[in-house]
Design a protein around this ligand. Structure first.
Ligand code: G6P
Length: 475
């Protein structure tokens, strides 16, 4: 098959909404690039330059769109650490309807079971209009992949933004080996089928266009299979597999000892206050997003201060809640609610020398690592989560070993449950009791558990996670 990208085309292709690089336009009009991280980035660097890999992604903001205009979408590999990237200049209104309207307001809500009746969901004509954009958006990816792939190439499609791509690509290029990986949970059939029947079927059939579908845990893979059995008569010839992405220990351990992290440790210690070693820390780091359950986490902390007044002045909740998907009112409102509840706790319980909640909302990776290092307890209480890497990263980085309070609904619980203190994410009183239990562990027990948590958390490093998927596709 002819390729528009060189004579041969690429042998390994990745497709995702968010690519490995983003751009901003500086005041002087130049483009400033910012590289991203994550499992796919590590995986692609691990396969080396010979594989002739290409990453197809979408322009997300004005800076990206300007970069696409200037480069025709074929970005300078120097901006993405040598990775070849083709960024698609999908019209902004189509992208907004597909990404905000369908992916983040519908599919994300279905898989994380976030809808609140009686207002939501209502699949009306506006939804149908946005769905058409989602189809167009998926078609643009399928077409670009079809244009760029070498004969028999392996294509790894990522996540809920691109569920229709495997089916569309299969029609355009039957020769390709197509994989799809879900980074989210998969909804139980009773919840999934709240989607209109034709849409639910389209999503499942779109995914089943792949040769192989990857999930983060067996639970999500089983839920997908159950949906297929109930709604489209089974998974046909498509295989499913489980690949539980782990923390990147080497990177995290090195990065968390760089100078900027040390500086932030000093600053954070000042915010925590008290005499050295006097105060314990409960750390959480999340994108501010409803499934992360940050508000109930704060309510549980307040309950702890109520039930166990002995912890007052002796503990600080360090909560980093970084803005996410701010085009959507429901995410903005949630950020405001997190801030409101944190302030309420501080004014109800704070004293001259003690601020019970140290909340930061400005994204700062070095400061997150500083908090990880200082963590005595990590609080990870999502309503549902595909995996949750924070649960895996904190035990790897924490200086003295940390206890982990972990929701049973996080994918990570399957691997870390034995050494964590498990919580039902809706149970505020139960979560308060779990925080007390975690804070009360002896330093020896905490260190022991933390060591085992770190070992389990790093069992499947990102590069291996990615290569396993590629091999399973027959490469
Ligand atoms: C989740 C999704 C990813 C997504 C990330 C950040 O982890 O599974 O696909 O990239 O959230 O969300 P955003 O909307 O900012 O890309």
């Amino acid at each position: 098959m002819a390729s528009t990208h060189g004579v041969q085309g690429s042998r390994v292709l990745v497709a995702s909404n968010r690519g490995p690089v983003s751009y901003a336009v500086a005041e002087d009009g130049s483009l400033v690039s910012k590289r991203g991280g994550g499992g796919v980035v590590s995986g692609l660097s691990a396969i080396g330059p010979d594989a002739d890999a290409l990453w197809v992604c979408s322009a997300l903001g004005d800076g990206d769109r300007e970069a696409v205009r200037r480069t025709d979408g074929r970005l300078d590999p120097a901006d993405s650490g040598g990775q070849r990237v083709r960024m698609l200049g999908i019209p902004p209104e189509v992208h907004a309807d597909a990404y905000n309207g369908i992916a983040n307001s519908v599919l994300w809500f279905v898989h994380h079971m976030l809808y609140q009746t009686p207002l939501e969901p209502a699949f009306d004509t506006e939804f149908r209009r946005q769905w058409a954009a989602y189809e167009e958006y998926n078609r643009a990816f399928a077409q670009a992949l079809a244009d760029e792939a070498a004969e028999g190439a392996a294509v790894l499609v990522q996540d809920y933004h691109l569920t229709l791509v495997p089916g569309m690509l299969r029609e355009l290029r039957p020769d390709l080996r197509i994989g799809h990986f879900s980074h989210t949970p998969w909804a139980p059939v009773e919840y999934f089928r709240m989607l209109p029947d034709d849409i639910a079927e389209q999503v499942l059939r779109g995914m089943l266009g792949a040769d192989r579908l990857g999930f983060l845990t067996q639970r999500w893979a089983d839920a997908f299979t159950a949906c297929c059995d109930a709604l489209v008569g089974g998974t046909g010839s498509t295989r499913t597999g489980v690949h539980g992405l782990g923390a990147d220990a080497d990177f995290l351990r090195a990065r968390s000892h760089e100078d900027d992290v040390e500086e932030r440790i000093t600053a954070l210690r000042e915010e925590i206050g008290g005499a050295p070693g006097e105060r314990r820390t409960i750390v959480r780091v999340d994108r501010t997003e409803l499934s992360k359950n940050i508000v109930r986490g704060l309510l549980a902390y307040r309950q702890l201060l109520e039930d166990r007044p002995e912890w007052r002045e002796r503990v600080v909740h360090v909560a980093f809640a970084y803005p996410s998907r701010q085009d959507l009112a429901v995410y903005r409102d949630y950020t405001a609610e997190v801030q409101r509840v944190a302030e309420e706790i501080n004014s109800a319980y704070g004293t001259d020398g003690w601020t019970p909640v140290v909340l930061h909302v400005k994204d700062d990776f070095a400061r997150s690592l500083a908090a990880y290092r200082l963590a005595d307890v990590a609080l990870v209480n999502p309503i549902r989560d595909g995996m949750n890497l924070v649960a895996k990263e904190v035990p790897v980085v924490s200086d003295g070993g940390c206890a982990l309070v972990l929701s049973r609904e996080a994918g990570a619980h399957e691997e870390l449950g034995e050494d964590a203190v498990t919580v039902n994410p809706y149970d505020v009183v139960g979560t308060a009791a779990a925080l007390h239990e975690a804070l009360s562990m002896t330093p020896e027990e905490r260190a022991e558990r933390s060591k085992r948590l770190a070992a389990a958390a790093t069992a499947l490093p990102p590069a291996k996670w990615f290569l396993d998927q590629l091999h399973a596709l027959g490469d």
